[in-house]
Ligand binder design. Structure first.
Ligand code: ATP
Ligand code: MG
Length: 424
């Protein structure tokens, strides 16, 4: 991508009313643009990151959990919520049909997926089943001051699993725990994200959250250094020991954290509401046992920014970076474009990297100084910075710097490709 035509520009200062670090850096870097609090547009750079997070999630859903992707509607008939008793929940946005009839905007999809599954599940042969989607959710959140961490409109991956009995559900739930751990690791949050015991609501003792430790977090968790799990503030209640290794609660570390995902046993709460049942081998009818599993994509993106940054900007983990290489051309002073060997060398390298399948953002802008280009590169946070200048052309080399290390190095294109682990 040529930066001269990239939609979205870097800003020296974030919006005055933007108090969250993630949104400040993302707006300044040209990743997102704010509409009102909790409602953002994703610009090309931001969308690329969101897509990479989605790709990591889809990989685990499809290949590890054997779930199937669907896409459900965002407009939900209120009657479905009346069946589950959730029509009064505070975050619901309400609207109506021109022809009469009340609707809500989807804040979660149990009320849609269960009636949908009921069309197709009738026998034990139809189970187990995992259905997921990546879709926009709408929640009338009272406070939306945390940028990507708490949107009023945000992308969520929601998975629903359907089982013949508790035993089958529990096996799947354990696999989901591992898949979730791998997702956060692949997205660059492995070092800061902990499986956290949370309250199970009325239908089970525990559910589990995945909490990323960050100052920007809205939750408080108690971290057990012994067994590397945590307990949410809300469930600590009468608890005197770590539910996993029995260490006394007083020994646990109190940390601020943000819930990036959760997994939740639903038992037969929603199956009962809609009469979702199946017939077993002997012809007997049973309610379907369910679980649900959420991840906020924008929240993960925001958490990555909160965790990986320095005073100059974002430091993207390679797996989710918008581009792998930021190629920066520093034109020779007083030379016409057509006479400048720097332009020729930069164009050649750009095309060479593209031919190798490497994602490159090429700073070919003519109206920016070297200082401005470097400041922008640090802010945008692409993992590898490559400079082509009069000096590098003379030495038949390129200047390479990693975003997260201080010094740069002159090297040949071949050694650079070896560093990137690209096949020759
Ligand atoms: P929270 O307690 O933070 O409001 P929640 O318990 O409402 O979260 P769920 O309804 O289970 O969360 O949603 C599943 C996932 O969706 C969460 O783990 C989180 O990653 C994400 N999520 C929830 N609310 C928001 C929001 N307002 N903005 C962005 N992501 C969100
Ligand atoms: Mg919530």
């Amino acid at each position: 991508m040529r930066q001269s035509i990239l939609f979205g520009k870097t800003l020296r200062k974030g919006p005055k009313d933007e108090i969250s670090k993630n949104a400040n850096l993302l707006v300044r870097g040209g990743f997102v643009a704010k509409e009102i609090a909790g409602i953002y547009s994703f610009l090309p750079l931001g969308l690329r990151v969101l897509d990479k997070i989605a790709r990591i999630i889809r990989g685990e859903m499809n290949d590890v959990l054997g779930a199937q992707e669907i896409l459900m509607p965002a407009l939900h008939p209120i009657e479905n919520y009346q069946k589950t008793g959730r029509e009064k929940i505070d975050v619901l946005f309400h609207t109506e049909l021109a022809s009469g009839g009340k609707l809500v905007l989807g804040q979660s999809h149990e009320e849609i997926v269960v009636p949908l599954a009921k069309h197709f599940i009738s026998s034990y042969r139809d189970l187990p089943l995992g259905l997921y989607q990546i879709q926009t959710k709408f929640r009338n959140e009272l406070r939306a001051k945390s940028g990507m961490l708490r949107g009023r409109e945000f992308m969520m991956k929601d998975l629903y699993s359907f089982h013949a009995d508790e035993n089958d559900f529990e096996k799947y739930y354990e696999r989901a725990k591992i898949a979730y751990k791998d997702i956060f690791e692949k997205a660059g949050l492995g070092g800061q994200t902990y499986l956290t015991f949370a309250s199970g609501g009325t239908f089970s003792k525990y559910s589990h959250e995945f909490q990323t430790i960050t100052e920007a977090g809205e939750d408080t968790i108690y971290l057990c250094k012994e067994c590397k799990i945590a307990i949410n503030d809300e469930i600590i209640g009468e608890q005197k020991n770590c539910p996993q290794c029995n260490a006394p609660i007083a020994k646990l570390l109190q940390e601020k954290a943000i819930e990036v995902g959760n997994i939740f046993p639903l038992k037969t709460r929603f199956s009962d509401a809609f009469g979702l049942s199946y017939i077993d081998k002997s012809g007997q009818t049973h309610p379907v046992v369910m679980g649900c599993y959420g991840i906020g994509l924008g929240r993960v993106l925001g958490a990555i920014v909160e965790v990986h940054n320095d005073k100059n900007g974002i430091i993207w983990p390679e797996s989710v970076a918008p581009y792998k290489v930021h190629l920066i051309e520093l034109r020779t002073k007083n030379l016409e474009l057509s006479d400048d060997p720097v332009r020729g060398a930069a164009e050649k390298l750009y095309n060479h990297l593209l031919a190798k399948g490497i994602e490159v953002l090429y700073d070919d802008r003519d109206d920016k100084t070297a200082g401005e280009k470097f400041t922008d590169a640090d802010l945008i946070g692409i993992p590898w910075r490559v400079v082509i200048s009069e000096k590098t052309v003379q030495r038949n080399a390129i200047e390479v710097k990693k975003r997260d290390s201080p010094g740069s190095e002159l090297m040949s294109v071949v050694s650079f490709l070896q560093n990137l682990k690209v096949k020759m």
